[in-house]
Design a binder for this molecule. Structure first.
Ligand code: GLN
Ligand code: ZN
Length: 757
């Protein structure tokens, strides 16, 4: 059996690519220097995979920003507004990724969306009626050749034709079906080129096949590959699926002329069953995703051997693989110097997963697998009971009943009460919570963590930042203020650190989008609140102003979704444990005079199962109650806000209303406020603040632009239900763009308010 992986993290062990890219954006290094850093990372990763015993090593999994954006550039699917800027190739690419504001023009970035059920984000390709899909890029070929030069014949990885067309947004009248011929021709060309370069395997990533597929989808998929696969020119083509199973198209997938089929036996609930009941086509290679590409726990070899034992009955040629790209896990445990070994021995990051694959290969090819040292060691690890049990918490969760999830009085009654006691102007303005985490904030935190700054000095530094932030917001004229979240490195890690049951890593960075990385904490044991987490900062901030100060918390679903979860208890159980802890904090804030509390559920949509049939039972039936439980105990006059980073919640809009918050703010500007129609159609009850400008980009929105957004909002939502705010927190931005942006926002709201009277 050979081993392979679907893709490797591309940011570098110590986020070298992030730092180099950001330097490049700031004009501190040249394009050539950035390219050099990239090359070094790629070479290092290739060597690592080779030395770890990976037989089929991927290439083109590297990206300067995002693989879908790379594919759009490869296929000439780039809107003219970017090419027309007349920038270099690299800068045109970054303009599409991040927006551009400079002497050559002013354009917004492409829309960004969550990548399936992960916290990675991809750039949404835009295809208009005039688009000519054809092969224009060279990156996959360049990277293949680069690896070949260093002696490694790689398996190039490219987003597949079906997934690409499904992910694109069509701006004109044409749809995916209109681009089948051109797209198939471009992919055929890709195969021809790779054949010329001597590639053995080419991997087409087709994660869209694990979603619910209609008959039209299946037709689109088959018609593409019926046109592409006759042009294989001797290259072997792997259809790689991940994030679930392919129950809607397994037969078609097997019938097409692919040489390899990649299935996910970790997240694919029915993957094994599909193989068992339909068999696996003779002569093809099964790429078996058995090592979890999303979580950090060590593989349980006994369970994996069971799966492989079954698969061997149906497929004669199996390649051991990961369940998805390793992009979603951190690079290497080697840099986790502080974490105790009693925890660490349970972990496997990307580099360690490579070794796991090699070990599984060794075990399975042994005459006596269960006697191999690797197997025995693994069994011992999995037989050791883990610490962290809290029976009191478990008992509380077990005792929850239906009425614990209901806030009284009902929404309409509370809205009346709150309108009266807050007496906010029409279109109240606010922000989502964080203010720019400038270099001084990061430096102070670092100094504090390394004991160079005393706790007292650090705290007075944070207070000074809060005071400045409050003064700034008053000067700008915002209506509902925030303390700025300077004490937080991250909206989940911060809470994790205050909760018992969590453990932390030092360097477990995972790419979230572009150069942004997150460091998810690890749910190790049962969760409980060790101490108040935010009260002192919120109370201090409120003491500085007469305006309402929002208390700022992260909700249980998001905390869980942005952590590495346990696999020994259910997600529901973990979510309710966290909900218990956050509820204590909510009540504490309220008792200390905080009258508006925002409980962010930025990641609520993210883990919605990809298939509709799994939505309720696997997710919504516990996620929505977990949120409701957090705030069901507050007084009617306490206003509960929530925030979501992702506006694509049309399909669960009723569930979101059913979270029973008083106000929700969400990301909307990158998707042109398209969510408004959905809110209107569904008679959305919760007050809303659809983000009026995109904070992922450094450009400053004009007052007119924001007014136009407010007008659009007003046409669909009753004015008295509307809030005006940016898309998301401002922590990744600088003050240079934040201050003018917020001034424009407030002035736009004031003008709209005056016009409305
Ligand atoms: N309150 C958080 C912030 O402003 C929300 C961030 C988020 O939604 N990702 O940073
Ligand atoms: Zn957000």
């Amino acid at each position: 059996m050979n081993t392979t992986i679907i893709g490797y993290p591309r940011i570098g062990d110590l986020r070298e690519l992030k730092f180099a890219s950001e330097k490049y954006f700031r004009g501190e290094i040249s394009a050539a220097e950035l390219e050099n850093t990239a090359k070094t990372i790629r070479r290092y990763d290739l060597e690592l995979q080779k030395n770890s015993g990976i037989d089929i090593i991927p290439s083109n999994d590297f990206s300067f920003y995002d693989g879908v954006l790379d594919t759009a550039f490869l296929l000439n699917a780039v809107p003219e507004r970017y090419t027309a800027l007349g920038l270099s190739k690299l800068d045109t690419y970054f303009a599409a990724a991040r927006g551009y504001q400079g002497d050559k023009g002013d354009v917004k970035a492409l829309a960004m969306k969550k990548w399936y059920n992960t916290n990675y984000h991809y750039m949404v390709p835009e295809i208009d009626d005039a688009a000519e899909i054809r092969l224009t890029g060279t990156k996959p070929f360049d990277l293949f050749s680069e690896a070949l030069e260093s002696g490694i014949k790689t398996k190039p990885v490219i987003i597949g034709a079906y997934t690409f067309l499904k992910l694109a947004r069509y701006k004109g009248n044409k749809t995916a079906a209109d681009f089948v011929n051109d797209t198939a021709a471009a992919y055929s060309e890709i195969l021809k080129k790779f054949s010329g370069l001597g590639a053995e395997w080419v991997q087409f990533d087709e994660p869209s096949l694990v979603k619910d597929m209609t008959a039209d989808d299946i037709a689109l998929f088959t018609s593409l590959y019926e046109k592409i696969l006759p042009n294989k020119s001797g290259v072997k083509v792997l259809a790689q699926t991940y994030f679930g199973d392919v129950r809607d198209c397994y037969k078609q997938l097997c019938a097409l002329d692919f040489d390899g089929i990649g299935l996910d036996f970790v997240e694919g609930k029915k993957a094994l069953e599909l193989v068992k009941s339909n068999g696996f086509p003779v002569g093809k290679t099964l790429f078996a995703g058995v090592v979890n590409g999303k979580n950090i726990w060590r593989n349980h070899y006994a369970a994996t051997l069971n799966i492989l034992g079954e698969l061997k009955k149906y497929a004669s040629d199996i390649v051991l693989s990961t369940s998805c790209s390793l992009l979603h896990v951190p690079c290497t445990l080697a840099n986790e110097t502080k974490l105790d070994d009693s925890y660490k021995k349970h972990f496997a990051y990307a580099a360690e997963k490579l070794t796991e694959l090699a070990e599984i290969r060794k075990i399975i090819s042994s005459d006596s697998p269960l006697d191999t040292a690797e197997y025995i060691r693994n069994q011992e690890l999995h037989n050791t009971p883990r610490s962290g049990r809290n029976d009191a918490v478990r008992a509380k969760v077990a005792k929850l009943t239906a009425k614990d999830f209901v806030r009284v009085p009902d929404f309409a009654e509370r809205e009346k009460i709150q309108k009266k006691c807050f007496d906010l102007p029409l279109f109240p303005t606010t922000t989502i919570g964080s203010f720019p985490q400038t270099a001084d904030v990061k430096a102070a935190r670092k100094a504090f963590r390394s004991n160079e700054l005393s706790a007292a000095d650090y705290e007075s530094f944070i207070e000074k930042k809060i005071a400045e932030c409050v003064a700034l917001q008053e000067e700008i004229g915002l209506d509902v203020l925030v303390h700025g979240e300077f004490e937080r490195n991250d909206m989940v890690e911060y809470f994790g650190e205050c909760l018992d049951g969590y453990i932390f890593t030092e360097k477990a960075w995972v790419q979230s989008y572009g150069t942004r990385c997150v460091k998810p904490p690890v749910v190790w044991g049962d969760i409980s609140r060790a101490k108040p987490m935010t009260v002192r900062w919120s109370v201090y901030a409120q003491s500085l102003t007469k305006k309402p100060m929002k208390g700022m918390l992260t909700g249980p679903v998001t905390i869980l979704n942005w952590s590495f979860p346990r696999e020994d208890i259910s997600l529901k159980e973990s979510a309710l444990q966290i909900a218990l802890a956050i509820r204590e904090e909510v009540l504490d804030l309220e008792a200390n005079g905080i009258r508006i509390i925002q409980v962010d559920e930025a990641a609520l949509r993210e883990k919605l199962p990809l298939r509709k049939s799994d939505w309720r039972e696997d997710y919504l039936d516990w996620a929505i109650p977990a949120f409701r439980y957090v705030h069901s105990g507050v007084k009617p006059e306490t206003q509960i806000h929530t925030h979501m980073c992702y506006s694509e919640f049309a399909d669960i809009i009723r569930d979101i209303d059913d979270m029973d918050a008083d106000v929700i703010t969400f990301e909307a500007s990158r998707s042109d406020l398209t969510i408004l129609d959905v809110l209107k159609e569904n008679n959305f009850r919760t007050e809303v603040g659809p983000g009026v400008y995109d904070i992922h980009s450094p450009r400053v929105p004009s007052k007119e632009e924001i007014k136009a957004a407010i007008s659009k909002m007003k046409e669909r939502i009753p004015a008295e239900k509307l809030w005006v705010n940016p898309d998301c927190g401002l922590k990744t931005r600088g003050n240079a763009e934040t201050v003018p942006s917020l001034k424009n926002l407030v002035n736009a709201a004031i003008e709209a308010r005056n016009e409305n009277c």
